[in-house]
Design a protein around this ligand. Structure first.
Ligand SMILES: Nc1ncnc2c1ncn2[C@@H]1O[C@H](COP(=O)(O)OP(=O)(O)OP(=O)(O)O)[C@@H](O)[C@H]1O
Ligand SMILES: [Mg+2]
Length: 447
């Protein structure tokens, strides 16, 4: 059976992207020069994921009250320069074929949905199950029609234009007809897959505090790591031992045990028992170790150990516990290069054990070199189009110079040492363009 997972993200008009898309593999790695658009691409997925929770758009993307804070650049920052709206989409794989969701959001003068379409499998074949019509800004609504599986025109009615129409569909329809049930099913598939995308952005200094022991679902910054690991210790001793084992592999000195200490008030803080040094609380633990613990805890607990936010989708909580899409920027941050293959091993393990898929950005040659050649299918190169200035996405394996590059060495080495450019200089075809896209210094940068 095909897992229901996001298989494509469409950046139709979003920040520096126009009509670009990328496909998601069990491990997707975005690479490219600084400011090429890697984080913008991740922001696109983050925006869709927040909208899928069914909150008011401005609240979902700009609120400073939510634990995740505003999306990078805020709502206005999502809009490509010179425009007043942004457009995003995604496809979610199912055993009956993909469910596609596309949405256009106007930001000025009003924040509102101006177009939305949800399409996917139904009892009578592939159909548009929800299609928006004309918005009426003064009323704060937008007309939309939905599939009801009966001959003749589909029914239509007003939806609130301040939140994703797809998120309103399951509450709006009674599910009396097969067509309505198909609509609800398609909406639920799209919303629950999106709400299972979790962006982890561990901030070591926030992980160094005591936290209430009940605060067990790991948040984006990892600030409640101690309580999350305390929960693992209580409920899954086997997994706790694995975390401990992984930590031992990380440091050069003797790490005897991982423990969770309790304050008089019942708050918890992680600690390490380090040979002759005694007990080292999280307050004194190294940045890299704390980050590593946040990443490994997320990977190994799957959706069940994370704070995936509230969701209006019926049944989504159970789905959350099954599979997860973990997003981590610059995964290598704080890690010694020798750990690159260990982290990739964990990613593969998480994918095999609990269906977790991982989307990362990286600048790390060590991590790129640690990728196996079958992982290269999931490497996406982000680059800027010289003429239009927009960001572009190309699969690494589709680049013309790819076979020659792989013959020249491992991916990380090719990128840092510019092996391809020196090897390819006398060759036809010329690999300057390949070098430019990958940011290889001695390859025709100024050309
Ligand atoms: N709303 C927007 N419209 C057009 N371009 C934008 C918009 N917002 C950001 N950009 C462009 O995207 C760039 C930032 O891209 P991004 O943060 O994705 O880079 P990156 O590839 O993650 O780089 P790094 O490796 O340095 O993190 C900005 O410098 C700007 O050129
Ligand atoms: Mg970035």
């Amino acid at each position: 059976m095909t897992a229901q997972a996001i298989e494509e993200v469409r950046l139709t008009a979003f920040k520096s992207f126009r009509r670009e898309a990328f496909r998601l593999a069990p491990l997707t790695v975005l690479i490219g020069r600084n400011s090429s658009g890697k984080s913008n691409a991740l922001d696109g997925l983050e925006v869709l994921s927040r909208l899928a929770r069914g909150e008011d758009i401005a609240e979902a993307l700009e609120s400073r009250r939510s634990p995740a804070g505003p999306v990078r650049g805020g709502l206005a920052g999502c809009v490509p320069h010179g425009s007043d709206r942004f457009e995003l989409g995604c496809s979610v794989s199912t055993e009956y074929g993909p469910v596609d969701l596309d949405v256009t959001i106007q930001v000025e003068p009003e924040v509102q949905i101006v177009e939305e379409r949800l399409s996917g499998p139904t009892a009578t074949g592939r159909r548009d199950v929800l299609v928006s019509g004309a918005p009426s800004p003064h009323l704060g609504d937008i007309q939309a029609s939905w599939h009801n599986g009966k001959p003749g025109r589909n029914p239509s009615g007003p939806f609130r234009s301040s939140r994703l129409l797809t998120s309103q569909l399951p509450l709006r329809l009674a599910g009396d007809t097969e067509g309505e049930r198909d609509c609800i099913w398609n909406a639920t598939v799209a919303l629950s897959a999106l709400s299972r995308a979790f962006h982890l952005d561990p901030v070591p200094h926030l992980m160094r505090q005591y936290v209430p022991s009940r605060d067990v679902h790991l948040r984006r910054t990892g600030e409640n790591l101690s309580a999350a690991i305390g929960q693992v210790q209580r409920t899954d001793p086997e997994l706790f031992r694995r975390l401990e084992q992984l930590l031992r592999g990380l440091a050069d000195h003797d790490v005897e045990a991982l423990t969770v200490t309790k304050s008089e008030l019942g708050d918890v803080m992680l600690a390490l028992r380090e040979g002759q040094l005694g007990l080292t609380p999280a307050r004194e633990m190294s940045d890299g170790m704390l980050r590593f613990l946040a990443v490994t805890t997320s990977l190994l607990t799957g959706g069940g150990g994370l704070d995936l936010g509230s969701t209006t989708v019926a049944g989504a909580r159970t789905a959350n516990e099954r599979s997860l899409m973990l997003v981590v920027e610059e995964l290598e941050n704080g890690l010694h290069p020798s750990q690159a293959s260990e982290v990739l091993r964990l990613v593969r393990q998480a994918s095999a054990e609990n269906g977790t898929s991982v989307l990362i950005t990286t600048h790390s040659p060590a991590l790129l070199s640690a990728l196996e050649s079958k992982d290269h299918e999931g490497v996406v190169v982000c680059w800027r189009d010289r003429q239009s200035g927009t960001s572009r996405l190309t699969k690494l394996t589709d680049l013309e110079g790819y076979p020659a590059a792989m013959a020249a060495g491992r991916l990380g080495e090719v990128i840092t040492q510019g092996r391809l450019s020196s090897a390819g200089r006398q060759q036809v075809p010329d690999y300057t363009e390949f070098d430019r896209l990958l940011g290889i210094e001695c390859g025709g940068r100024g050309s």
